[in-house]
Design a binder for this molecule. Structure first.
Ligand code: CO
Length: 134
């Protein structure tokens, strides 16, 4: 059902500061930047091998990432697995008894389709499925 790991999501409170940190100290390049109103974030993708680190800064304090920062501070937010067919992947995890945050896919970064699984069902790891734009 799942392909490779597509990206890990990292919550940050200072997007440009985080981009500079990764670039200057870790040599990771900004590849893409996008405001995703649906999720209330500004997102930056940093290239790392075949995958990405996705930096997420909230547009408001009451967004999901805003609440995460408030309660836990900056840090690892989610892991995202790539799938060729998110509709059947969601059916599979639902059939396996995984609780879903998104019953159906939503529009994600770079015109992908994404859905989140509830961390209660995944050992405390907020998990995202990503079907890249074809
Ligand atoms: Co993500």
């Amino acid at each position: 059902v799942f392909g490779r790991i597509d990206h890990i999501g990292v919550a940050v409170d200072d997007l440009d500061g985080a981009v500079a940190h990764y670039r200057d100290r870790l040599g990771m390049r900004e590849q893409h930047r996008e405001r995703i109103e649906e999720f209330g974030v500004d997102a930056v993708l940093l290239e790392i091998g075949d995958g990405h680190v996705e930096l997420l800064a909230p547009l408001s304090a009451d967004s999901g990432v805003g609440r995460f920062l408030e309660s836990r501070g900056p840090g690892l937010h989610h892991v995202a697995y790539q799938t060729d067919d998110i509709d059947s992947a969601l059916e599979s995890v639902r059939a396996a008894g995984i609780e879903l945050i998104d019953d159906s896919p939503r529009a994600g970064i770079r015109s992908s389709r994404v859905a989140f699984l509830h961390p209660k069902s995944t050992g405390g790891v907020l998990t995202e499925l990503v079907e890249p734009a074809h």
